[in-house]
Design a protein around this ligand. Sequence first.
Ligand SMILES: [Zn+2]
Length: 197
Amino acid sequence: MLSESVTKLIDEFAKLPGIGKKSAERLAYHVMRAHQTEAAALADAIRSVKENVRYCRNCYNLTEQDECEICRDSKRDRGLLCVVEQPRDLIALEQPGTYNGLYHVLLGRIAPLDGIGPEQLTIEALVERIRHGSFREVIMATNPTLEGDGTALYISSLLAGMPLSITRLARGITSGSVLEFANKEILADALAGRQKF
Ligand SMILES: [Zn+2]
């Protein structure tokens, strides 16, 4: 029989994405064997993320301030907006260093089968932002999957009639793959070769 504390730790680990019961047990035993300072550092890191990291009030990127580093950067082109699903997609698109506009993070994609509708994403904030901003181009950089494409289509229908051009990343990225795993050169090409939506 395991102690109540150990069982609780295993249960918490098992809630993490991609962690099954066996892995959760392995992690819990690792924590028990670890030095007090190592275990405390893990607990502190988790607490610190929850206390200090929040979403940027403009673009929903992760930040420890009101506005993220990209939104605060005065050298960024404020006429250009790139729409991505997750903060990790933004990080991937920043890697080539060729994009100089702003971003908007949806925090997911429309996925009817998982019960995720447009209202659970930051789409309303996006439309408001575009309505009150001075963007000349909105780049749809959702993942080239069925759901990513559907999300881009939905958003572009909301933006129809606004005085800006809507583009999407060039199809250098294999259909069905995800941005975060594409390499730098492919992402740079996809950005450079973007096409009218
Ligand atoms: Zn931001």
